[in-house]
Design a protein around this ligand. Structure first.
Ligand code: SF4
Length: 380
């Protein structure tokens, strides 16, 4: 992304530091104050060319920020283009059919984001006359917009001076300052947010770029996994963690709670050219989405026959048995999947032909089962 050149102004002590033998470290305040002076010139040449950086349309920026929550840039790119092609304006999204919206979201995960996008679009298109609030506080009142997203949209779309602190920014700033506070510590979080704010430029142009630039530095140079690329980092000669050899120890992590393991038996039911799906409940994991019928535990064939009989189905033929695994944030499913021909209707099941199945938004947790079904339908 071509950015206009800007003049970099270094403080007296910073200049002295560069030209001295560098035996003395800069103070934390000096490092923070030098941060954006180095960051923006670096961003002029190193910015990633991402489609949402070519616009100041708050709608497009908001969609990108929601998609990027918990999701890698590479995974978002295709979804973003398809989404904006299907719903080019906030009014189009407000009027969208929820099934169509969820289908477009299929595979991106965290489906509550899609539902919140829809709710939020209805508020903006209806109550707010199609205009997004221009302030951090106004954005924060909308559904699905938290602290980070409000700051990211307010700064990139409206030039509001709000620092957006995500994991990338947290990592860069705790390394630059060699901050020993553990992640999750409230005072530490406040400190990092204050640093991010005090380093933020005051001019609109700098404000619009600053959050994105910090994020790019964290995503491409001061990386989360593996050794940081200090040799190509614009902060390399003043970074306190680098100078002290603690870069890979920052930020200080607290051990995560182990993920809960859950065994499940999943049924891919075939009845002629149809298969059965059911809707999940309105709350909790994958709320309101379609799923292959499934139960907790790993059932033997005998137990499967009994279970399906209770549902009003009779097994006609066992076709295939396969295993799959899916990792959610807090739980991991270890699945045993049976593909089988049945007779009957079954309680609470929706029977769908290929067309209906293709329209249903199915979480990627069931991708392997869907693949097995497609193979059956295609006679492979
Ligand atoms: S010098 Fe290294 S540790 Fe410090 S900010 Fe740059 S990449 Fe991160």
């Amino acid at each position: 992304m071509p950015l206009p050149r800007r003049k970099s102004v270094a403080s007296g002590r910073e200049l002295w530091y560069y030209h001295s033998m560098k035996t003395t470290e800069l103070t934390t305040e000096e490092v923070v104050s030098a941060f954006s002076r180095r960051l923006l010139p670096w961003f002029e040449t190193a910015a990633r060319d991402l489609p949402w950086r070519h616009t100041d349309d708050p709608y497009a920026i908001w969609v990108s920020e929601i998609m990027l929550q918990q999701t890698r840039v590479a995974a978002v790119l295709g979804y973003y283009q398809r989404f904006l092609a299907a719903f080019p304006t906030v009014e189009d999204l407000a009027n969208a059919d929820e099934e169509k919206l969820l289908k477009l979201w299929e595979g991106l995960g965290y489906y509550s984001r899609a539902r919140n996008l829809h709710r939020c679009a209805r508020i903006v298109a209806g109550e707010l006359g199609g205009r997004f609030p221009e302030t951090y506080e106004g954005l924060l009142r909308l559904p699905g917009i938290g602290d980070y997203t409000a700051a990211a949209v307010a700064s990139a779309a409206f030039g509001q001076r709000c620092p957006a602190v995500d994991g990338n920014v947290y990592r860069v700033l705790t390394r630059l300052t060699d901050c020993p506070d553990p992640i999750g510590d409230a005072a530490g979080k406040r400190r990092v947010r204050d640093w991010a704010e005090s380093a933020m430029p005051w001019d609109k142009h700098g404000i619009r770029l600053y959050n994105q630039a910090t994020m790019d530095l964290g995503a491409t140079v001061c990386i989360p996994v593996g050794a940081p690329r200090c040799d190509v980092c614009p902060m390399g000669d003043m970074c306190l963690a680098r100078l002290r050899g603690t870069a890979e120890l920052r930020p200080v992590r607290v051990p995560k709670k182990p993920r809960r393991m859950e065994d499940r038996t999943v049924f891919v039911l075939l009845r002629g050219e149809e298969t059965a799906l059911r809707k999940r409940g309105p709350r909790g994991l994958l709320a309101g989405l379609w799923e292959f019928p499934n139960v907790e535990g790993k059932l033997t064939e005998e137990q499967v026959s009994d279970c399906l009989r209770l549902w009003g189905l009779t097994v006609k033929e066992w076709r295939q048995r396969l295993t799959a695994r899916h990792i959610f944030t807090h739980v991991e499913w270890d699945m045993l999947c049976y593909v089988l021909e049945v007779e009957g209707s079954g309680q609470g099941l929706a029977w769908m032909d290929r067309e209906g199945f293709a329209r249903a938004a199915l979480p990627s947790a069931f991708a392997r089962c869907a693949e097995a079904l497609t193979e059956r339908w295609e006679g492979r």
